[in-house]
Design a protein around this ligand. Structure first.
Ligand code: CTP
Ligand code: MG
Length: 468
Protein backbone atom coordinates (compact mmCIF):
# COMPACT_ATOMS: atom_id res chain seq x y z
CA UNK A 1 0.00 0.00 0.00
CA UNK A 2 1.21 3.49 -0.77
CA UNK A 3 2.40 5.48 2.19
CA UNK A 4 0.41 8.54 3.14
CA UNK A 5 2.20 11.78 2.19
CA UNK A 6 1.83 14.80 4.48
CA UNK A 7 2.84 18.38 3.72
CA UNK A 8 3.67 20.55 6.70
CA UNK A 9 3.76 24.26 5.91
CA UNK A 10 5.61 26.24 8.56
CA UNK A 11 3.99 29.61 9.02
CA UNK A 12 4.42 30.39 12.70
CA UNK A 13 7.41 32.70 12.36
CA UNK A 14 7.34 36.39 13.11
CA UNK A 15 9.42 37.51 10.12
CA UNK A 16 11.62 39.77 12.21
CA UNK A 17 14.13 40.39 9.40
CA UNK A 18 11.36 41.79 7.26
CA UNK A 19 10.81 44.66 9.67
CA UNK A 20 7.05 44.91 9.32
CA UNK A 21 4.28 44.37 11.86
CA UNK A 22 2.45 41.56 10.08
CA UNK A 23 4.52 38.39 9.59
CA UNK A 24 5.76 38.14 6.01
CA UNK A 25 3.71 35.06 5.15
CA UNK A 26 0.56 37.21 5.34
CA UNK A 27 1.94 39.79 2.94
CA UNK A 28 0.20 39.99 -0.44
CA UNK A 29 1.97 39.25 -3.71
CA UNK A 30 0.28 38.84 -7.09
CA UNK A 31 -3.16 39.15 -5.59
CA UNK A 32 -2.86 36.60 -2.78
CA UNK A 33 -1.03 36.34 0.49
CA UNK A 34 2.30 34.51 0.45
CA UNK A 35 0.90 31.70 2.58
CA UNK A 36 -2.12 31.20 0.30
CA UNK A 37 0.20 30.77 -2.68
CA UNK A 38 2.31 28.28 -0.76
CA UNK A 39 -0.55 26.21 0.62
CA UNK A 40 -2.29 26.01 -2.75
CA UNK A 41 0.82 24.46 -4.35
CA UNK A 42 0.51 21.48 -1.99
CA UNK A 43 -3.28 21.51 -1.91
CA UNK A 44 -3.28 21.10 -5.71
CA UNK A 45 -0.50 18.51 -5.89
CA UNK A 46 -1.79 15.01 -6.64
CA UNK A 47 0.84 13.20 -4.57
CA UNK A 48 0.04 15.08 -1.35
CA UNK A 49 -2.65 13.45 0.82
CA UNK A 50 -2.91 15.89 3.71
CA UNK A 51 -1.78 19.42 4.47
CA UNK A 52 -0.97 20.76 7.95
CA UNK A 53 -0.41 24.49 8.27
CA UNK A 54 1.52 25.58 11.34
CA UNK A 55 0.33 29.01 12.42
CA UNK A 56 1.17 31.52 15.16
CA UNK A 57 -0.79 31.24 18.39
CA UNK A 58 -2.01 34.81 18.07
CA UNK A 59 -3.30 36.07 14.76
CA UNK A 60 -4.24 39.58 13.70
CA UNK A 61 -7.77 39.94 12.27
CA UNK A 62 -6.30 40.10 8.80
CA UNK A 63 -4.21 36.95 9.29
CA UNK A 64 -7.21 35.14 10.79
CA UNK A 65 -9.25 35.97 7.69
CA UNK A 66 -6.52 34.59 5.44
CA UNK A 67 -6.29 31.39 7.45
CA UNK A 68 -10.09 31.00 7.44
CA UNK A 69 -10.14 31.39 3.68
CA UNK A 70 -7.33 28.83 3.27
CA UNK A 71 -9.38 26.33 5.28
CA UNK A 72 -12.56 27.15 3.41
CA UNK A 73 -10.97 26.74 -0.03
CA UNK A 74 -8.82 23.72 0.76
CA UNK A 75 -9.41 20.58 -1.26
CA UNK A 76 -7.53 18.37 1.15
CA UNK A 77 -9.16 19.43 4.39
CA UNK A 78 -6.18 21.45 5.56
CA UNK A 79 -5.56 21.20 9.30
CA UNK A 80 -4.15 23.91 11.51
CA UNK A 81 -1.47 23.36 14.15
CA UNK A 82 -0.23 26.00 16.58
CA UNK A 83 3.49 26.60 16.19
CA UNK A 84 6.23 27.12 18.73
CA UNK A 85 8.80 29.78 19.50
CA UNK A 86 11.43 28.23 17.19
CA UNK A 87 11.16 26.62 13.78
CA UNK A 88 12.08 23.25 15.28
CA UNK A 89 9.32 23.55 17.89
CA UNK A 90 6.86 24.36 15.11
CA UNK A 91 7.94 21.24 13.23
CA UNK A 92 7.73 19.17 16.41
CA UNK A 93 4.16 20.27 17.11
CA UNK A 94 3.12 19.29 13.61
CA UNK A 95 4.83 15.92 13.37
CA UNK A 96 3.43 14.87 16.73
CA UNK A 97 -0.05 15.19 15.17
CA UNK A 98 0.74 12.60 12.49
CA UNK A 99 -0.69 9.23 13.62
CA UNK A 100 0.86 6.81 11.08
CA UNK A 101 4.33 5.49 11.82
CA UNK A 102 5.10 4.87 8.17
CA UNK A 103 3.97 8.19 6.69
CA UNK A 104 6.11 10.40 4.45
CA UNK A 105 6.36 14.05 5.38
CA UNK A 106 7.43 17.12 3.42
CA UNK A 107 8.23 20.20 5.47
CA UNK A 108 8.15 23.50 3.66
CA UNK A 109 8.66 27.16 4.60
CA UNK A 110 5.50 29.16 4.02
CA UNK A 111 7.85 31.97 3.01
CA UNK A 112 8.74 30.09 -0.22
CA UNK A 113 5.68 30.65 -2.38
CA UNK A 114 7.49 30.08 -5.68
CA UNK A 115 8.10 26.38 -5.24
CA UNK A 116 7.35 24.49 -8.43
CA UNK A 117 5.48 21.22 -8.55
CA UNK A 118 8.36 19.35 -10.19
CA UNK A 119 10.52 19.92 -7.11
CA UNK A 120 7.81 18.25 -5.00
CA UNK A 121 7.83 15.33 -7.46
CA UNK A 122 11.61 14.99 -7.21
CA UNK A 123 11.57 15.10 -3.43
CA UNK A 124 8.85 12.46 -3.12
CA UNK A 125 10.59 10.18 -5.64
CA UNK A 126 13.86 10.43 -3.71
CA UNK A 127 12.07 9.10 -0.61
CA UNK A 128 11.87 5.73 -2.40
CA UNK A 129 15.60 5.35 -1.81
CA UNK A 130 16.39 7.63 1.11
CA UNK A 131 14.95 8.24 4.57
CA UNK A 132 15.74 11.95 4.44
CA UNK A 133 15.86 14.37 1.51
CA UNK A 134 16.88 18.02 1.26
CA UNK A 135 16.16 20.48 -1.55
CA UNK A 136 19.21 22.51 -2.52
CA UNK A 137 20.54 24.99 -5.04
CA UNK A 138 24.09 25.61 -6.16
CA UNK A 139 26.15 28.40 -4.67
CA UNK A 140 27.16 31.24 -6.91
CA UNK A 141 28.90 33.09 -4.10
CA UNK A 142 31.90 31.62 -2.34
CA UNK A 143 30.99 30.66 1.22
CA UNK A 144 33.38 31.83 3.90
CA UNK A 145 33.28 30.62 7.46
CA UNK A 146 34.11 33.27 10.07
CA UNK A 147 34.74 33.37 13.81
CA UNK A 148 33.27 35.73 16.41
CA UNK A 149 35.62 38.47 15.25
CA UNK A 150 34.53 38.27 11.59
CA UNK A 151 37.84 36.72 10.61
CA UNK A 152 37.81 33.93 8.08
CA UNK A 153 38.58 30.52 9.50
CA UNK A 154 37.71 28.42 6.48
CA UNK A 155 36.82 28.73 2.80
CA UNK A 156 35.23 25.48 1.71
CA UNK A 157 35.46 24.40 -1.91
CA UNK A 158 32.49 26.07 -3.56
CA UNK A 159 31.76 23.18 -5.88
CA UNK A 160 30.71 21.10 -2.87
CA UNK A 161 28.65 23.85 -1.27
CA UNK A 162 24.86 23.96 -1.68
CA UNK A 163 22.23 26.33 -0.39
CA UNK A 164 19.54 24.53 1.58
CA UNK A 165 15.97 25.29 0.53
CA UNK A 166 12.76 23.48 1.34
CA UNK A 167 10.83 21.18 1.11
CA UNK A 168 12.81 18.81 3.27
CA UNK A 169 11.28 15.36 3.32
CA UNK A 170 11.46 12.37 5.63
CA UNK A 171 10.13 9.00 6.56
CA UNK A 172 8.25 10.09 9.66
CA UNK A 173 9.80 7.46 11.98
CA UNK A 174 13.28 8.81 11.26
CA UNK A 175 12.27 12.41 11.81
CA UNK A 176 10.45 11.62 15.05
CA UNK A 177 13.43 9.66 16.28
CA UNK A 178 15.80 12.57 15.57
CA UNK A 179 13.46 15.03 17.27
CA UNK A 180 13.09 12.80 20.35
CA UNK A 181 16.88 12.87 20.74
CA UNK A 182 17.01 16.64 20.17
CA UNK A 183 14.33 17.10 22.82
CA UNK A 184 16.33 15.13 25.35
CA UNK A 185 19.20 17.53 24.66
CA UNK A 186 16.92 20.61 24.77
CA UNK A 187 18.28 21.38 21.32
CA UNK A 188 15.37 22.75 19.35
CA UNK A 189 16.87 25.89 17.83
CA UNK A 190 18.39 24.47 14.66
CA UNK A 191 17.64 26.40 11.50
CA UNK A 192 16.08 23.46 9.67
CA UNK A 193 14.94 19.85 9.97
CA UNK A 194 17.72 18.13 8.04
CA UNK A 195 20.07 19.71 10.58
CA UNK A 196 18.31 17.85 13.38
CA UNK A 197 18.53 14.51 11.54
CA UNK A 198 22.17 15.10 10.64
CA UNK A 199 23.10 15.89 14.23
CA UNK A 200 21.19 13.13 16.01
CA UNK A 201 21.11 10.37 13.41
CA UNK A 202 24.49 10.83 11.70
CA UNK A 203 24.28 7.43 10.02
CA UNK A 204 21.22 8.36 7.99
CA UNK A 205 22.10 9.51 4.46
CA UNK A 206 20.37 12.75 3.60
CA UNK A 207 20.05 12.97 -0.15
CA UNK A 208 19.99 16.31 -1.99
CA UNK A 209 17.70 17.02 -4.93
CA UNK A 210 17.79 20.21 -6.94
CA UNK A 211 15.30 22.90 -6.12
CA UNK A 212 15.26 25.99 -8.24
CA UNK A 213 16.71 29.48 -8.32
CA UNK A 214 13.18 30.85 -8.16
CA UNK A 215 12.39 28.99 -4.94
CA UNK A 216 13.49 31.96 -2.84
CA UNK A 217 12.63 32.43 0.80
CA UNK A 218 11.04 35.78 1.43
CA UNK A 219 13.22 37.08 4.21
CA UNK A 220 14.23 40.70 3.62
CA UNK A 221 12.12 43.51 2.11
CA UNK A 222 13.94 43.21 -1.23
CA UNK A 223 12.71 39.62 -1.56
CA UNK A 224 9.16 40.89 -1.95
CA UNK A 225 10.23 42.87 -5.00
CA UNK A 226 12.00 39.85 -6.45
CA UNK A 227 9.09 37.53 -5.70
CA UNK A 228 6.70 39.95 -7.35
CA UNK A 229 8.75 39.87 -10.56
CA UNK A 230 9.16 36.10 -10.41
CA UNK A 231 5.41 35.62 -10.08
CA UNK A 232 5.00 37.59 -13.26
CA UNK A 233 7.21 35.13 -15.09
CA UNK A 234 5.47 32.19 -13.53
CA UNK A 235 2.04 33.47 -14.47
CA UNK A 236 2.61 32.71 -18.11
CA UNK A 237 4.56 29.53 -17.67
CA UNK A 238 2.50 27.98 -14.94
CA UNK A 239 -0.99 29.38 -14.65
CA UNK A 240 -2.09 26.86 -12.05
CA UNK A 241 0.05 28.28 -9.33
CA UNK A 242 -1.59 31.64 -9.64
CA UNK A 243 -5.13 30.78 -10.26
CA UNK A 244 -7.12 27.88 -8.99
CA UNK A 245 -10.06 28.86 -11.15
CA UNK A 246 -10.51 28.30 -14.88
CA UNK A 247 -9.59 31.06 -17.32
CA UNK A 248 -12.23 33.74 -17.41
CA UNK A 249 -13.88 33.86 -20.83
CA UNK A 250 -14.08 37.20 -22.64
CA UNK A 251 -16.98 35.92 -24.72
CA UNK A 252 -20.05 38.07 -24.12
CA UNK A 253 -18.17 40.44 -21.81
CA UNK A 254 -18.66 44.19 -22.01
CA UNK A 255 -15.32 45.97 -22.28
CA UNK A 256 -14.68 49.70 -22.51
CA UNK A 257 -11.47 50.68 -24.32
CA UNK A 258 -10.15 54.22 -23.97
CA UNK A 259 -7.68 55.42 -26.59
CA UNK A 260 -9.31 53.21 -29.19
CA UNK A 261 -8.89 55.21 -32.38
CA UNK A 262 -5.42 54.01 -33.30
CA UNK A 263 -2.48 51.82 -32.38
CA UNK A 264 -2.80 49.36 -29.52
CA UNK A 265 -6.28 50.52 -28.46
CA UNK A 266 -7.68 50.03 -31.94
CA UNK A 267 -6.23 46.52 -32.14
CA UNK A 268 -7.56 45.61 -28.69
CA UNK A 269 -11.00 46.69 -29.76
CA UNK A 270 -10.99 44.49 -32.83
CA UNK A 271 -9.37 41.50 -31.05
CA UNK A 272 -12.02 41.64 -28.35
CA UNK A 273 -14.87 41.90 -30.80
CA UNK A 274 -13.43 38.96 -32.72
CA UNK A 275 -13.37 36.98 -29.44
CA UNK A 276 -17.06 37.57 -28.88
CA UNK A 277 -16.89 40.50 -26.47
CA UNK A 278 -18.95 43.63 -26.72
CA UNK A 279 -16.06 46.07 -26.85
CA UNK A 280 -16.85 49.76 -27.00
CA UNK A 281 -14.07 52.19 -27.88
CA UNK A 282 -13.66 55.84 -27.07
CA UNK A 283 -11.12 58.51 -27.92
CA UNK A 284 -11.12 62.14 -28.86
CA UNK A 285 -12.15 61.17 -32.37
CA UNK A 286 -14.51 58.35 -31.35
CA UNK A 287 -17.27 59.75 -29.18
CA UNK A 288 -15.29 62.93 -28.41
CA UNK A 289 -13.90 61.55 -25.14
CA UNK A 290 -10.88 63.29 -23.62
CA UNK A 291 -9.49 60.87 -21.00
CA UNK A 292 -8.13 63.72 -18.93
CA UNK A 293 -11.61 65.19 -18.59
CA UNK A 294 -13.48 63.55 -15.76
CA UNK A 295 -16.92 64.44 -17.00
CA UNK A 296 -16.40 63.05 -20.47
CA UNK A 297 -15.02 59.76 -19.05
CA UNK A 298 -18.01 59.49 -16.71
CA UNK A 299 -20.47 60.10 -19.54
CA UNK A 300 -18.80 57.48 -21.75
CA UNK A 301 -18.91 54.81 -19.03
CA UNK A 302 -22.51 55.58 -18.18
CA UNK A 303 -23.49 55.33 -21.83
CA UNK A 304 -22.06 51.81 -22.04
CA UNK A 305 -23.60 50.77 -18.74
CA UNK A 306 -27.01 52.13 -19.78
CA UNK A 307 -26.83 50.20 -23.03
CA UNK A 308 -25.54 46.82 -21.80
CA UNK A 309 -26.43 46.90 -18.11
CA UNK A 310 -22.88 46.00 -17.08
CA UNK A 311 -19.19 46.73 -17.59
CA UNK A 312 -16.82 43.78 -17.12
CA UNK A 313 -13.53 45.45 -17.95
CA UNK A 314 -12.01 48.82 -18.69
CA UNK A 315 -8.78 49.16 -20.64
CA UNK A 316 -6.92 52.43 -21.02
CA UNK A 317 -4.41 52.59 -23.84
CA UNK A 318 -4.59 56.36 -24.33
CA UNK A 319 -1.21 58.01 -23.92
CA UNK A 320 0.84 60.88 -25.21
CA UNK A 321 4.57 60.88 -25.84
CA UNK A 322 5.75 64.50 -25.75
CA UNK A 323 9.28 65.72 -25.83
CA UNK A 324 9.78 68.63 -23.46
CA UNK A 325 12.56 70.10 -21.37
CA UNK A 326 11.89 71.22 -17.84
CA UNK A 327 12.39 74.99 -17.66
CA UNK A 328 10.78 78.31 -16.79
CA UNK A 329 9.23 78.92 -20.21
CA UNK A 330 5.52 78.52 -20.81
CA UNK A 331 5.89 76.03 -23.64
CA UNK A 332 7.83 73.51 -21.53
CA UNK A 333 5.41 73.95 -18.69
CA UNK A 334 2.34 73.43 -20.84
CA UNK A 335 3.76 70.36 -22.58
CA UNK A 336 4.76 68.73 -19.31
CA UNK A 337 1.45 69.41 -17.61
CA UNK A 338 -0.41 68.08 -20.66
CA UNK A 339 1.69 64.93 -20.61
CA UNK A 340 1.00 64.36 -16.92
CA UNK A 341 -2.71 64.95 -17.50
CA UNK A 342 -3.00 62.39 -20.27
CA UNK A 343 -0.54 59.82 -18.93
CA UNK A 344 -1.19 59.95 -15.19
CA UNK A 345 -4.24 62.01 -14.25
CA UNK A 346 -6.32 60.22 -16.89
CA UNK A 347 -5.65 56.72 -15.44
CA UNK A 348 -6.71 58.11 -12.04
CA UNK A 349 -9.89 59.52 -13.56
CA UNK A 350 -10.69 56.33 -15.47
CA UNK A 351 -10.01 54.19 -12.41
CA UNK A 352 -12.13 56.37 -10.17
CA UNK A 353 -15.07 56.57 -12.55
CA UNK A 354 -14.93 52.83 -13.36
CA UNK A 355 -14.69 51.52 -9.81
CA UNK A 356 -18.36 51.06 -8.99
CA UNK A 357 -19.20 49.55 -12.37
CA UNK A 358 -16.33 47.06 -12.05
CA UNK A 359 -17.28 46.25 -8.47
CA UNK A 360 -20.71 45.13 -9.73
CA UNK A 361 -19.17 42.57 -12.09
CA UNK A 362 -15.99 41.80 -10.10
CA UNK A 363 -14.31 43.10 -13.20
CA UNK A 364 -10.89 44.11 -14.40
CA UNK A 365 -9.01 47.36 -15.03
CA UNK A 366 -6.03 47.24 -17.38
CA UNK A 367 -3.63 50.17 -17.67
CA UNK A 368 -0.55 50.73 -19.81
CA UNK A 369 2.90 51.80 -18.78
CA UNK A 370 6.14 52.02 -20.74
CA UNK A 371 9.64 50.70 -20.20
CA UNK A 372 10.65 54.26 -19.25
CA UNK A 373 8.95 53.70 -15.90
CA UNK A 374 12.08 52.04 -14.55
CA UNK A 375 14.31 54.89 -15.65
CA UNK A 376 13.55 58.49 -16.54
CA UNK A 377 14.91 59.73 -19.86
CA UNK A 378 16.18 63.15 -20.79
CA UNK A 379 13.44 65.24 -22.48
CA UNK A 380 10.79 62.73 -21.50
CA UNK A 381 10.64 63.44 -17.79
CA UNK A 382 6.89 64.02 -17.58
CA UNK A 383 6.22 60.90 -19.64
CA UNK A 384 8.57 58.64 -17.65
CA UNK A 385 7.43 60.05 -14.30
CA UNK A 386 3.79 59.52 -15.27
CA UNK A 387 4.42 55.97 -16.43
CA UNK A 388 6.17 55.18 -13.13
CA UNK A 389 3.10 56.64 -11.45
CA UNK A 390 0.84 54.28 -13.41
CA UNK A 391 2.82 51.30 -12.11
CA UNK A 392 2.39 52.45 -8.53
CA UNK A 393 -1.25 53.20 -9.17
CA UNK A 394 -1.75 49.64 -10.44
CA UNK A 395 -0.13 48.13 -7.36
CA UNK A 396 -1.98 50.40 -4.96
CA UNK A 397 -5.36 49.87 -6.60
CA UNK A 398 -4.99 46.13 -6.81
CA UNK A 399 -4.58 46.17 -3.06
CA UNK A 400 -7.30 48.72 -2.44
CA UNK A 401 -9.80 46.90 -4.65
CA UNK A 402 -9.03 43.39 -3.47
CA UNK A 403 -11.97 43.54 -1.09
CA UNK A 404 -14.41 44.53 -3.84
CA UNK A 405 -13.02 41.80 -6.09
CA UNK A 406 -11.75 44.06 -8.87
CA UNK A 407 -8.48 43.07 -10.56
CA UNK A 408 -6.02 45.73 -11.70
CA UNK A 409 -3.10 44.95 -13.98
CA UNK A 410 -0.73 46.88 -16.17
CA UNK A 411 0.96 46.15 -19.48
CA UNK A 412 4.48 47.30 -20.23
CA UNK A 413 5.07 46.86 -23.95
CA UNK A 414 8.59 47.27 -25.23
CA UNK A 415 8.88 49.61 -28.21
CA UNK A 416 5.78 49.20 -30.31
CA UNK A 417 5.34 50.46 -33.80
CA UNK A 418 2.43 52.91 -33.49
CA UNK A 419 1.52 56.26 -34.95
CA UNK A 420 2.30 57.96 -31.64
CA UNK A 421 5.81 56.54 -31.72
CA UNK A 422 6.38 57.48 -35.37
CA UNK A 423 5.50 61.08 -34.60
CA UNK A 424 7.83 61.16 -31.58
CA UNK A 425 10.72 59.30 -33.24
CA UNK A 426 10.31 59.76 -37.01
CA UNK A 427 13.77 58.34 -37.84
CA UNK A 428 13.36 55.13 -35.86
CA UNK A 429 13.40 51.84 -37.75
CA UNK A 430 10.26 49.91 -36.86
CA UNK A 431 11.40 46.56 -38.29
CA UNK A 432 12.32 45.15 -34.91
CA UNK A 433 9.48 46.60 -32.93
CA UNK A 434 6.46 44.92 -31.49
CA UNK A 435 3.28 45.33 -33.44
CA UNK A 436 0.12 46.73 -31.90
CA UNK A 437 -1.53 43.40 -32.67
CA UNK A 438 1.00 41.45 -30.58
CA UNK A 439 0.38 43.76 -27.64
CA UNK A 440 -3.39 43.58 -28.05
CA UNK A 441 -3.28 39.78 -27.92
CA UNK A 442 -1.67 39.97 -24.51
CA UNK A 443 -4.20 42.52 -23.28
CA UNK A 444 -7.01 40.13 -24.18
CA UNK A 445 -5.19 37.24 -22.52
CA UNK A 446 -4.75 39.19 -19.30
CA UNK A 447 -8.51 39.70 -19.11
CA UNK A 448 -8.87 35.92 -18.86
CA UNK A 449 -6.61 35.68 -15.82
CA UNK A 450 -7.59 35.68 -12.23
CA UNK A 451 -4.62 37.70 -11.05
CA UNK A 452 -4.12 41.25 -9.91
CA UNK A 453 -1.39 43.79 -9.20
CA UNK A 454 0.93 42.64 -11.98
CA UNK A 455 3.04 44.55 -14.46
CA UNK A 456 3.32 42.40 -17.59
CA UNK A 457 6.30 42.97 -19.84
CA UNK A 458 5.66 42.24 -23.50
CA UNK A 459 8.65 41.55 -25.68
CA UNK A 460 9.07 40.88 -29.31
CA UNK A 461 9.07 37.27 -30.55
CA UNK A 462 8.20 36.03 -27.14
CA UNK A 463 5.12 34.09 -26.38
CA UNK A 464 5.57 34.56 -22.70
CA UNK A 465 6.50 37.44 -20.54
CA UNK A 466 10.04 37.97 -19.44
CA UNK A 467 11.50 40.06 -16.71
CA UNK A 468 12.86 43.38 -17.81
N1 CTP B 1 8.70 29.42 11.27
C1 CTP B 1 7.76 28.78 12.08
N2 CTP B 1 7.89 28.88 13.44
C2 CTP B 1 8.90 29.58 13.99
C3 CTP B 1 9.85 30.22 13.18
C4 CTP B 1 9.75 30.12 11.80
O1 CTP B 1 6.85 28.16 11.58
N3 CTP B 1 8.95 29.66 15.31
C5 CTP B 1 8.54 29.36 9.82
C6 CTP B 1 8.40 30.76 9.21
O2 CTP B 1 7.04 31.18 9.24
C7 CTP B 1 8.95 30.59 7.82
C8 CTP B 1 9.89 29.38 7.92
O3 CTP B 1 9.67 28.82 9.21
O4 CTP B 1 7.97 30.31 6.84
C9 CTP B 1 11.32 29.79 7.70
O5 CTP B 1 11.76 30.66 8.75
P1 CTP B 1 12.33 32.13 8.57
O6 CTP B 1 12.48 32.46 7.14
O7 CTP B 1 13.46 32.31 9.48
O8 CTP B 1 11.04 32.99 9.06
P2 CTP B 1 10.87 33.84 10.36
O9 CTP B 1 11.49 33.13 11.52
O10 CTP B 1 9.43 34.19 10.45
O11 CTP B 1 11.69 35.17 10.00
P3 CTP B 1 12.88 35.83 10.85
O12 CTP B 1 13.90 34.74 11.06
O13 CTP B 1 13.34 36.95 9.97
O14 CTP B 1 12.26 36.30 12.12
MG1 MG C 1 13.64 32.66 11.60
Amino acid sequence: MNKKVYAIILAAGSGSRMNVDTPKQFNKIAGKSVIEHTVSIFDNHPRIDAVYVVIPEFLSDEAREIIDSIKLNSKKNTKLVIGGSTRNLSTLNAISKIPESDALVLIHDSARPLLSTDVIDRVISALDNYKAVDTVAECSDTIVEVNDFSNIVNIPNRSFMRRGQTPQAFHIDVLKDAYAKAQINSDLSNSDDCGVVKKYLPDISIHCVYGSEANIKITHPIDLVLADRLFMLKSEVDDDALSTSDPISVDGKVVVVFGASSGIGEEILSSLNAAGSFAVGFSRSIGGVDVSDRKSVAVALKKVHDKYGRIDAVINSAGELNRAAVGPDDISYELNIKSIEVNLIAPFIIAGESRDYLAETKGHLVLFTSSSYTRGRSSYSAYSASKAGVVNLTQALSDEWMEIGVRVNCINPERTSTKMRKVAFPKEDSTFMLTAREVSKLAVKILTKNITGQIFDVRRNSDFIEMS
